[in-house]
Design a protein around this ligand. Structure first.
Ligand code: AKB
Length: 314
């Protein structure tokens, strides 16, 4: 992995992955790609490209002699429900463009799937790697179809594409944009700024979550694993912690005792209810030694420490 392209580089994961790849994984050059201009600090090459435009994308791969793509550009679940056509176009055409362009080359691809591939009929507890999917959101449908497409390109064209099903990701550097699990990030900002938060899912809503540091290591480690270790070419279940919205609020209260959380569910409640509560990721743990580091207490402590510094700076 020398010359890496990160699509959706301005997004929640993309903005942090580039730093990690350079700092810890000895990647020579990271090129960012997004439909929007680069976010400051402007420290690396950045291409403004719409990923649905295949030829512009091809030009970037050739110009920078890319050997690995982290294809993160995507429309998330809540925004996808408001604009399903756009979600299909960006998520599916974007992925198919990437897979078509790397066919017949040695370029490796990481593409994130999500717990959104599961649906109301999937088991809610310890959801296995292979089970009923049946997603009911457009985002989940694109992830389900995307997983099958990745597997197809691996089987048929030997494209080395690897994937994990991310849970909700909690981070302090870049805010998430348009997901159902965004409440688990917003709550920290509001607890610090106003000591009150109105959560858009019920107190008992329980979803799988993960701290950003763990999510980034998962992406890098699945990509650095030997090809022989990767037995799943759709996407690996990936888990760290699961907690209810109330449990998260209570954990924050241990640090900010006068914090108060109200629960006023909106359309995102139905999406959350269609997803698993706890995921079984034993296949990823066995095949490429996946391990998470952060539990709820550690996530809460680090989020509050880092966000207090960040909010003071602004
Ligand atoms: C979302 O909420 O849409 C995402 C996801 C779970 O994939 N965070």
């Amino acid at each position: 992995m020398k010359n890496v392209l990160v699509t959706g580089v301005n997004g929640q994961i993309g903005s942090e992955l580039s730093d990690l790849l350079e700092a810890k994984y000895n990647v020579d050059k990271v090129v960012g790609l997004d439909i929007r201009p680069s976010l400051p600090p402007y420290k690396r090459a950045h291409e403004i490209v719409d990923i649905t435009k295949k030829e512009a994308f091809r030009h970037v791969l050739e110009k920078h002699q890319i050997d690995t793509i982290f294809h993160l550009a995507s429309i998330l679940s809540a925004v996808g429900e408001k604009n399903p056509d756009q979600a299909w176009d960006i998520n599916m055409t974007g992925l198919k463009n990437v897979l078509d362009l790397v066919r017949g080359t040695a370029i490796k691809v990481f593409w994130p799937s999500s717990i959104a591939v599961f649906g109301p009929n999937s088991p809610k507890m310890n959801t296995p790697q292979d089970t009923i999917l049946g997603p009911t959101t457009m985002y989940g449908i694109t992830k389900n179809a995307g997983e099958l497409l990745c597997n197809y390109y691996f089987d048929k064209f030997d494209v080395d594409v690897r994937s994990v099903r991310y849970p909700g990701i909690i981070s302090y550097k870049t805010e998430p944009g348009g997901g159902t699990t965004d409440y688990a990030v917003e709550i920290f900002y509001e607890a610090i700024k106003h000591k009150v938060y109105t959560c858009f899912v019920t107190s008992q809503t329980c979803l799988p979550m993960m701290y950003m540091e763990d999510a980034l290591h998962a992406a890098a480690e699945v990509m650095f694993a030997d090809k022989a270790q990767i037995g799943v070419r759709t996407s690996y279940n990936l888990a760290a912690v699961s907690f209810t919205a109330e449990e998260l609020a209570e954990e924050i209260k241990k640090h900010i005792p006068d914090f108060h959380c109200n629960f006023v569910p909106d359309f995102r409640q139905k999406i959350a209810e269609s997803w698993p509560r706890v995921i079984d990721d034993s296949v990823a743990r066995k095949e490429w030694a996946w391990q998470h580091k952060y539990d709820l207490a550690a996530i809460t402590e680090d989020m509050l420490t880092q966000l207090k510094k960040k909010i003071k700076l602004n």
